[in-house]
Design a protein around this ligand. Structure first.
Ligand SMILES: Nc1ncnc2c1ncn2[C@@H]1O[C@H](COP(=O)(O)OP(=O)(O)O)[C@@H](O)[C@H]1O
Ligand SMILES: [Mg+2]
Length: 369
């Protein structure tokens, strides 16, 4: 049996709350997929249904070509890692990791060697005789990962496993999980509300909202071609700048117009714009796609006033007023700009995002130039 997962029209009701509302998703064998969305959008419910800890009110789950919607959790060949570790407090790390193997009545020598191998992989070989209370949060989470790894499952399910760890440790565990996935190639479904974590870890990201799938795609598809303003602003830091206005199409040339703004975007062909564009359009620009020149006026640039500078070391973010709108631009830390200064900006070719304002839906256009 392969470890691909196929979710079809899943619904889950808790009283009047629709935790899942027709969720469909295909997770390829061996992929690392993140379910991303704000708290309450149904991520944990989805994972519990995948694990068999919860049943959907409607819809099905297949693993490979087998319907597992009603298969008990222990027959699913999946292993789950939780945010709160869920270790047995009275058992030491070794016994916690060995638990499922002993339950399956594996021979003592096999239990010993498999626990040791996993502990080695996670660098916790020297901690195996400690109980959870004698381990740090990061070490406990390693034990919890070990307990999942030792089962050699077809699928890993990870529900915000690092959110109780501090930022530095979280980043390190993220890197390690990525290495583990490269090494083992086991299908993994990872839940997080942290868009940065999702971008850094996943082959594929499923962006969810209100129990539904909004967009499923590669890290770069989600980032470069967000389907709507919800995905556009949820993914990416700093948040994508959005401004409402209209498109002015003169022959081939397209410009974005709003109060005090006349911003050239390129040609209809270059933008792959369906003609005619809708009357009200929202322009979206990521901070790294605004090109800033310290000269106020120049070929193809528009004037912008520097309202705030935010240095973060590797880069500086500028809050820029263009007409009545505000944009955030990323510039090199050594760019010499002062508050109140007028600079010249343009959008990098092909990097404008255009959305229909009332619906928030992306216009048919390519944003990767
Ligand atoms: N056992 C439950 N009883 C009642 N409501 C629940 C239960 N589990 C989840 N919910 C509700 O279902 C929705 C989705 O929850 P959840 O899947 O935990 O979201 P997420 O993991 O994305 O934060 C939320 O509105 C939550 O309050
Ligand atoms: Mg959750």
């Amino acid at each position: 049996m392969d470890g691909s997962l196929h979710l079809r029209d899943l619904t889950r009701l808790y009283g009047k709350v629709r935790a899942l509302d027709g969720l469909s998703l295909d997770i390829p064998q061996g992929s690392f997929v993140t379910l991303l969305g704000p708290s309450g959008c149904g991520k944990s419910t989805t994972l519990s249904i995948l694990a068999g800890l919860d049943r959907p009110d409607g819809g099905t789950v297949h693993m490979g070509d087998q319907d597992i919607t009603r298969t008990p959790p222990n027959e699913r060949r999946m292993a789950m890692v939780f945010q709160n570790y869920a270790l047995y407090p009275h058992m030491d790390a070794f016994d916690n990791i060995a638990f499922s193997l002993r339950l399956a009545k594996r021979p003592r020598t096999e239990v010993e060697s498999r626990v040791r191998a996993v502990a080695e992989m996670l660098d916790i070989g020297h901690l195996l005789r400690r109980k959870p209370g004698q381990l740090s949060g990061g070490q406990q989470q390693r034990v919890a990962l070990g307990r999942a790894l030792v089962k050699q499952p077809l699928v890993f399910l990870l529900d915000e496993p690092f959110s109780n760890l501090d930022a530095a440790l979280r980043a390190r565990m993220r890197t390690e999980v990525k290495h583990l996935h490269l090494r083992l190639g086991t299908t993994s479904v990872f839940v997080t509300h942290d868009q940065e974590e999702a971008l850094s870890l996943s082959d594929h990201i499923a962006v969810m909202r209100d129990g539904r799938l909004i967009q499923f795609g590669s890290q770069s598809e989600i980032y470069r071609r967000p389907r709507d303003t919800y995905v556009a602003t949820f993914v990416g830091k700093p948040r994508m700048s959005l401004t409402e206005g209209a498109l002015d199409v003169a022959g081939e040339a397209v410009a974005f117009v709003a109060e005090g703004i006349q911003l050239p975007l390129g040609t209809t062909a270059g933008l792959r714009l369906a003609a005619p564009p809708p009357p009200r359009v929202t322009l979206g620009v990521r901070a790294e796609d605004l090109v800033v020149r310290t000269e106020a006026a120049g070929e193809g640039t528009v004037p912008a006033v520097v309202r705030l500078t935010e240095p973060i070391g590797s880069d500086t973010f500028l809050e820029l007023g263009i007409g009545a709108a505000t944009f955030v631009a990323r510039v090199p830390p050594d760019l010499d700009v002062a508050l109140g200064q007028t600079v010249g900006v343009r959008i990098a070719p092909g990097r404008a995002h255009l959305f229909d304002t009332p619906s928030g839906q992306r216009l048919e256009q390519l944003a990767d130039g």
